[in-house]
Design a protein around this ligand. Sequence first.
Ligand SMILES: C[S@@+](CC[C@H](N)C(=O)[O-])C[C@H]1O[C@@H](n2cnc3c(N)ncnc32)[C@H](O)[C@@H]1O
Length: 184
Amino acid sequence: MYNPSDDSFLLEECIRTGDYAGRWAIDIGTGSGILLHALSERFENVVATDIDLNSLLACNKDVWTEDANVMLVCCSAASAIRARFDLVVSNPPYLPDEKGSSFRDIAVHGGHGGTEATAEFVKSALPLLATDGRILLVVSSFADQQALDAILAEKGLVRKKVKEKRIFYETLSVIELTRKDNEK
Ligand SMILES: C[S@@+](CC[C@H](N)C(=O)[O-])C[C@H]1O[C@@H](n2cnc3c(N)ncnc32)[C@H](O)[C@@H]1O
């Protein structure tokens, strides 16, 4: 299971301090459930997915989930979910795969350029996003942001930077995506 780190804490802070509240929210790639916990205090219904069953089983044992409005689903991205979400959040695996190695850690490696998993998560969640819904994502300066931007543009999404943190040579950002049609 992925231990919460700087990326998790950055997105958690955005959820806890931003104007995010409503009926339905989903956390894709929930890991320890740190973001799910924050969502459960602001949304009536929360769904969390992860491809790693052991992470979900650990979340299910957490004391806070006992009385919470939480559904834990083992599937890839949002592929097994049908609902309409006001907010989608994800701290996806975003590091580029290691060059010349077949080793891939699904918790951290996001594909050749690092953004492939992020793009898959967005594509999977988009049909479930309410018309004025928002997506909050962690992105890293180590990953191919141009490739991600091209996909976001193709999907009619606009990005806004919510928060940024520099850690040695890497810059982590939380970005908010909305549909271009809803741009104010
Ligand atoms: C960087 S960790 C983030 C975990 C947690 N959300 C956090 O912020 O600490 C990425 C998570 O995505 C999960 N994951 C990887 N590929 C996935 C997929 N295709 N569908 C759903 N979850 C996936 C991993 O198992 C891991 O728990």
